[in-house]
Design a binder for this molecule. Structure first.
Ligand code: HCA
Ligand code: CU
Length: 385
């Protein structure tokens, strides 16, 4: 059964300008727990004392989710994570030749020695600790290096190997696709008698993070990383709500409380200072709003004419926007919502279209004023007769 790791508080806080206070981190973690994600990556304790304190606070918060910390392949990072009470540790170390030679000034055997030493150390300090090893930029690294490092990591105690598409490079249907990659890596490890869980961490540089994560899922990945509002470095990573909704609606995975997502998104977006785009799938303001007359007419008869996802899934409601595109069906629907007679619809529609031509949507409070004016003008005309 697929598991989801939320990294809003680690990867998400790497979004430029985003900082969550400790009390907000706790609130986000509680909201994530209500959604029901299996892992919460709470932060990288070695980065700063306040991140360390926040990870410690979350690890002690009695959540159902497994709370974890991020760590370089250094014993001091492992110590910092364990002192926070993390039950899960994500260790990353890139093993591409370019990074080994150009940045770390080392070679593969030395890097593997360091990775395995740190993993053995962590496992020996806490045998219950769940350890993930990520060869950062996995998919652009030499495949042989990834297999060598991953196999050595598993042999020294890693439970999970994460395939990181650190730069959002993978594209379904090309020679660099996640489906084949995950299959190939699983097979190479199995050839060595190794069956770690496989995680996948997809960045959204090409707008394909979710598609790649689903490719990994179909190829047998066990864990998918995501973040609320798709936060993260550059274009961010897989959007949590979109992932959970697709896994639920299209792959029959039914482990999460999708109705809790709205709450989580409001919290995260308010405190990240990043509004959810109105046209964002699933959680955007317009995600379940119909506009053009042809659409609203058909959708009032049967919403599935223009919906492939039911807003009830998320505890949201279907809306019909009133603007210059509106038709009589939307106005009638809105009048029923505010308990006003439907025979006002033609006059109200003219006024709605006039407002809409200014690039505005008529919300229900303004509609009440329009109705009031229509009644008033109607009464005046009666008196003039
Ligand atoms: C980072 C890079 C990372 C790591 C993922 C992981 C990536 O910010 O350190 O440790 O599993 O995209 O490769 O987020
Ligand atoms: Cu990342």
């Amino acid at each position: 059964m697929i598991e989801v790791l939320d990294s809003t508080l680690r990867e998400g806080e790497q979004t430029p300008g985003v900082y969550f206070d400790a009390h907000i981190k706790l609130a986000v973690a509680r909201a994530l727990d209500k959604v029901g994600v299996q892992y919460i990556e709470a932060g990288h304790p070695a980065v700063s004392p306040d991140i360390r304190d926040a990870v410690r606070q979350l690890a002690a918060a009695d959540l159902k989710a497994i709370v974890g910390a991020h760590s370089r392949s250094l014993t001091k990072d492992v110590d910092a994570a364990l002192e926070c009470g993390a039950r899960f540790l994500g260790i990353f170390y890139c093993v591409s030749e370019e990074r080994l030679n150009g940045v770390f000034r080392t070679n593969l055997p030395a890097a593997i020695a360091q990775i395995t030493q740190v993993i053995s150390y962590a496992k020996q300090r806490d045998p219950e600790l769940i350890i993930r090893y990520t060869p950062e930029d996995t998919v652009r690294s030499q495949f042989g290096n990834v297999v060598e490092a991953a196999a050595a990591a598993v042999e020294s105690g890693a439970d999970i190997i994460s395939v990181a598409d650190t730069t959002g490079y993978m594209v379904p249907g090309t020679d660099h696709n996640m489906y084949d990659y995950v299959r190939r890596l699983k097979a190479a490890l199995e050839d060595r008698g190794l069956r770690p869980k496989i995680a996948v961490h997809c960045h959204n540089d090409r707008g394909l993070a979710l598609a790649n994560a689903l490719d990994a899922y179909r190829a047998g990945a066990d864990i998918i990383d995501a973040a609320a509002v798709g936060l993260g470095e550059r274009a961010g990573i897989v959007d949590l709500a979109q992932l959970l909704v697709v896994l639920h609606a299209d792959f029959g995975e039914d482990r999460w409380s999708l109705k809790e997502l709205t709450n989580l998104y409001t919290l995260v977006s308010d405190h990240a200072g990043i509004p959810v785009p109105v046209n964002f799938p699933v959680t955007g303001h317009n995600a379940f709003t119909h506009c053009a007359g042809v659409h609203t007419h058909a959708a009032t008869i049967n919403p599935t004419h223009y919906e492939s996802l039911n807003p009830d899934l998320l505890g949201r409601s279907r809306k019909f926007a009133l603007d210059h595109m509106s038709g009589i069906a939307s106005v009638r629907y809105a009048l029923r919502q505010i308990d006003e007679p439907e025979d006002l619809a033609p006059a109200v529609l003219d006024a709605v279209k006039a407002v809409g031509r200014k690039g505005k949507v008529v919300e229900l409070p303004e509609l009440r004023h329009i109705v009031d004016a229509a009644k008033h003008n109607g009464a005046c005309r009666q008196r003039e007769k």
